[in-house]
Write a protein that binds this ligand. Structure first.
Ligand code: NAP
Length: 249
């Protein structure tokens, strides 16, 4: 498939895990790719893999919580490519797994900053150019925890609930400009994040998935691919479940 040919996509947190898979999938489908991440080391390999698909790729080492850096990155991308068609807000952290009364305030702030504020800042920087071209697709990677509230993950769950609400609010602001804004709520997906959260929490959350298995980054990227394509033309402000049956609403 090359139905994204000529599109320019920015993927945050694209150095590894789900973001890397999304970057490679959109490249295989024809899009040029801009990876934004604080992880510089691994990104070279991803950029090479993208170039093997025949697409252009750029990398910006940016912390998505820094407005000055996000703004400068989008400015540079517009200078290089003249437009941004697709933004995938994927950068995120799980934070510590702990009950609310033991949760450190600075950990709470960091989880909120990256997961929520980072999503806001990247949208804020990219949308003016999308409004000009009256076209755009934005996908925010939320989480099933934002719908259900996972115990011992209060900050993470709250940040992802905020991403879902933000998606709905923003979608309405740009609905008449052919800019679709949607989000995805995955349950456990096989990435480094599962190791970070620890065995006990991982097994507890796995027990809640009727399919009895983790999802894969490829399954996330398949859904992202549809949501960023021109075929997604009458759905906006939605939260798409990707949870092996955990949430049926
Ligand atoms: P991952 O493997 O940890 O990858 C996340 C990437 O984002 C890393 O490269 C990380 O860089 C980068 N990043 C972190 N903070 C950043 C910042 N401030 N600015 C720019 N980049 C930053 O995680 P993943 O599992 O692929 O998760 C991707 C997204 O899916 C996240 O939003 C996550 O909440 C969501 N999600 C994941 C799961 C799951 O089970 N895996 C389930 C539901 C939702 P560093 O390595 O330097 O930190």
């Amino acid at each position: 498939m090359d139905d994204l040919l000529g599109k320019i996509s920015i993927i945050t947190g694209g150095a590894m895990g789900i973001g890397k898979e999304i970057a490679l999938r959109l490249a295989r489908d024809g899009s040029d790719i801009v990876i934004v991440d604080i992880e510089g080391e691994l990104t070279g390999k991803v950029l090479n893999e993208i170039q093997l698909t025949g697409r252009k790729s750029l990398f910006y080492e940016v912390d998505v919580t820094r407005w000055d850096r996000v703004k400068a990155m989008v400015h540079e991308v517009l200078k290089s490519f003249n437009k941004v068609d697709i933004l995938v807000n994927n950068a995120g952290i799980v934070g510590p797994v702990a009950p609310v009364w033991e949760y450190r305030v600075e950990d709470w702030d960091r989880v909120m900053e990256i997961n929520m504020k980072g999503t806001f800042l990247c949208c804020k920087a990219v949308i003016p150019s999308m409004l000009k071209q009256k076209n755009g697709r934005i996908v925010n990677i939320a989480s099933i925890s934002g719908k259900e509230g996972n115990p011992r993950m209060g900050a993470y769950s709250s940040s992802k609930a905020a991403v879902i609400a933000f998606t709905k609010a923003l979608a309405k602001e740009v609905a008449q400009q052919n800019i679709m804004v949607n989000c995805i709520a995955p349950a456990l997906i096989e990435t480094r994040m599962l190791e970070i959260m620890g065995k006990e929490q991982r097994e507890f959350l796995l027990s809640k998935i009727p399919m009895g298995r983790f999802g894969t980054p490829a399954e996330v990227s398949a859904l992202v691919k549809f949501l960023v394509s021109d075929e997604c033309s009458f759905s906006t402000g939605q939260c798409y479940d990707l949870s092996g049956g955990r949430a049926v609403y």
